[in-house]
Design a protein around this ligand. Structure first.
Ligand SMILES: [Zn+2]
Length: 273
């Protein structure tokens, strides 16, 4: 059994075949957490979870990229580019709280800081993140953090959170993109690091994956984005999380079975599945 801890079958890329994609994964004993990024995708993540008796869970939250109206475009490599439009959403605590109260919602996310896409609204990003961390604290949910080019600020926010006497949060830094020194700080604070298909086509994180404790590593796809080898150029989906597991086994020189067993136990522990 594997758990894709960060999927977006709730996104428009699957509007025609989301249930087929979901069933394909479940048939291989691959579970998933569909992660929301704004009002509608958060609601849809919960709707998907309600349709299945087991194996499909949800996270709800407001991603920093959706705090501003803009056209987002990014070229990931020669095989993949991403384009979408966002509208400026203001975080509505009550709305997200009512969604998150469902027991199938295992985390608040994805939330965080994104200076890669927006640098001019750092204060708004920080305030919105803090409100959602407070929601996670109130409901005792895990947190799924998104962080692009902002690790030192996120680390400072997390350290301050503890210093202010708040309840310690549990969570994952999804699609980890920082340096080893930053990884170590997150690990010391008790957080998990999530890795996806990027590690099958880029070498940047090999060292971190070899050095970090396997007991803190989570598998994810971030589908429909970041499709792993050997499917670069195609739409990603939760069942491809097995290729991420295979790559981790190769890098750490352990069996696929051990990667599956440990990372699944990690996800169950963090998300209280
Ligand atoms: Zn995501």
């Amino acid at each position: 059994m594997l758990i894709d801890t960060h999927a977006h079958v709730n996104f428009v890329a699957y509007k025609d075949d989301g249930d087929e994609v979901t069933k394909r994964a479940l048939a291989e004993n691959i579970w998933m957490i569909n992660v929301g990024s704004e009002r509608d995708t958060s609601r849809r993540a919960v709707e998907y979870a309600k349709k299945y008796s087991e194996g499909v869970l949800a996270a709800v939250g407001l991603h920093p990229i959706h705090l501003k109206e803009q056209k987002v475009g990014a070229q990931i490599d020669e095989y993949e580019s991403v384009e979408f439009k966002t509208s400026a959403e203001k975080f509505d605590y009550k709305y997200y709280k009512s969604l998150a109260q469902d027991e199938r919602v295992v985390a608040i996310g994805e939330i965080g800081l994104d200076y890669y896409h927006n640098e001019e609204n750092k204060l708004l990003q920080r305030e919105t993140l803090l409100e959602q961390m407070a929601l996670a604290q109130e409901l005792d949910k895990a947190v799924i953090f998104h962080c692009r080019e902002a690790h030192n600020d996120l680390l400072a926010i997390l350290k301050n959170w503890d210093l202010m006497g708040n309840q310690k949060l549990r969570g994952v830094i999804h699609s980890f993109s920082g340096r080893w020194s930053q990884a170590q700080q997150y690990l010391t604070m008790g957080f998990y690091l999530g890795f996806n298909g990027i590690i099958t086509f880029a070498r940047d994180y090999d060292k971190i994956i070899k050095q970090m404790p396997l007991e803190r590593l989570l598998l994810e796809t971030d589908c429909p984005y970041l499709t792993p080898e050997p499917f670069r150029g195609k739409r990603n989906e939760p069942s491809y999380v097995k290729y991420v597991a295979e790559k981790i086994a190769l890098l750490r020189d352990i069996t696929y079975h051990e990667v599956a067993e440990v990372t699944t136990a990690n996800a169950k522990k963090l998300f209280k599945i």
